[in-house]
Design a binder for this molecule. Structure first.
Ligand code: NAD
Ligand code: MG
Length: 396
């Protein structure tokens, strides 16, 4: 094994993937890009290979694999192309890999992310949906393999930075009263409720502070993202929804906080740029340059805070319900949401139908013990079918 840390970037063509490659390129003496993966974006994956010269490139869509290999061979690159979920799993658990950036969006990230955890890797977790779906199994895999799990989601990375070093659960024992999970409230926080129905995909994807993939942008607008993050925090830090207060903070300068029994509230602040949590995950417990401008507090000038509005945005309430139900409930909610968000992006249903479909599918599903990945995947599939069936009712 070389002295450099070998990193697999799952979802390399996405928003987090791009930011990760940017940070890695700033520290080529420490890291080498071992593998990069994409779903369908062949040209982008090819350009990434030219720049980073990874050992493997994985294209989830098996039809494109041959074409990519031809392009790489013609360029004289040694990168080997793998395809499908098998390929994604292979580069996640490969014995020469030190760290895996899990940045595939949605349930598609579950198997490779899980493979990295089972293989005892340093897992940099952006793919929150994997943890939401299979939290118990995932945390068990991490514990059994001795993997290092580092949260990349900005809020969870902030909480991780504000917790006492070596924290391994048990808030009270560490003198912690509560976790303050911040969220911008999305672009529609102040819109009249009667106008929410007419929101377009373009409006929903134009997040006021963060530039992100389309799915998480819509999740931020419905507050489902905060719901998924609440579940993510419960698993990561071994806490319950009652330990968490969601705080709407429109400027996205504070990325979350930890409130201690002595009256101290520790916050992690910074410009809203995912390269900060990515760099912290890669270099932890040290720090390194992320290419992010330092925070200019005079420029920020003020920080505002509000309570969250679960009437306007029911998805946060649904996420709490699903976590409290346990078992496969969160996998069901996540899958329904993926179908509903995609239908909204395709202009098949209005914005407000997303939460309605999520609620109907969650309340109609049988919840069973999430004892194996197969059970979780079956719940995911069943919820997708139920959500698909409901689309016609809300059809535009
Ligand atoms: P994105 O849409 O920009 O990128 C998604 C990546 O996943 C792409 O590389 C795509 O090729 C790949 N992908 C999609 N479907 C796939 C499939 N079926 N099989 C294999 N690969 C597939 O998304 P993003 O904004 O980078 O988000 C990635 C993950 O990180 C999500 O889980 C999101 O919730 C999380 N996250 C993102 C941000 C952010 O700022 N973008 C912040 C926090 C957490
Ligand atoms: Mg986040």
């Amino acid at each position: 094994m070389s002295a450099k840390q070998a990193v697999t970037v799952l979802g390399a063509t996405g928003s987090i993937g791009e930011s990760t490659l940017d940070v890695l390129a700033r520290h080529r003496e420490v890291f080498e890009v071992f593998a990069v993966t994409a779903n369908t974006q062949l040209d982008k994956l090819f350009s990434i290979c030219v720049e980073h010269q990874p050992r493997y490139a994985v294209i989830a869509n098996t039809q494109n694999a041959e074409q990519l290999q031809l392009l790489l061979d013609k360029e004289g690159l040694k990168t080997e192309v793998l395809a499908g979920v098998k390929g994604l799993v292979a580069v996640s658990e490969h014995k020469e890999v030190d760290a895996v950036m899990a940045a595939i969006v949605g349930a598609a990230g579950l198997l490779p992310t899980m493979a990295a955890a089972q293989a005892g890797k340093k897992v940099l977790l952006a793919n929150k949906e994997a943890l939401v779906m299979a939290g118990a199994l995932f945390m068990q895999a991490v514990a059994e393999s001795g993997a290092t799990l580092l949260p990349i989601d900005s809020e969870h990375n902030a909480i991780f930075q504000c917790l006492p070093g070596g924290f391994s659960g048990g808030l009270a024992a560490c003198g912690i009263e509560k976790i303050l999970l911040t969220g911008s409230g999305g672009p529609f926080r102040q819109w009249p409720v009667e106008d929410l129905n007419s929101i377009t995909p373009e409006q929903a994807c134009a997040h006021p502070n963060w530039s992100m993939g389309r799915k998480i942008s819509v999740d931020s607008a419905t507050m489902m993202n905060k719901g998924l993050e609440l579940i993510e925090a419960c698993w990561l830090f071994d806490i319950s929804p009652d330990d968490i207060e969601v705080v709407i903070h429109p400027q996205s300068v504070i990325h979350s906080m930890v409130q201690y029994a002595d009256g101290s509230t520790l916050a992690q602040m910074g410009n809203p740029d995912m390269r900060t949590p990515i760099a912290y995950g890669l270099s932890w417990p040290k720090r390194m340059d992320a290419g992010v401008k330092p925070l200019d507090l005079f420029d920020v000038a003020r920080l505002d805070f509000e309570r969250s509005d679960e009437q306007r945005f029911p998805c946060l309430r649904l996420a709490k319900q699903a976590f409290n139900q346990g078992g496969t409930a969160a996998a069901t909610l996540n899958a329904a949401n993926e179908v509903a968000v995609e239908a909204f992006l395709q202009r098949q249903i209005p914005f407000t139908a997303i939460s309605e479909i999520n609620e109907r599918v969650l309340n109609g599903a049988e919840v069973v013990n999430a004892a194996t990945l197969e059970v979780v995947i079956a719940a995911d599939q069943a919820a997708r079918l139920s959500a698909q069936d409901l689309l016609v009712e809300f059809s535009l």
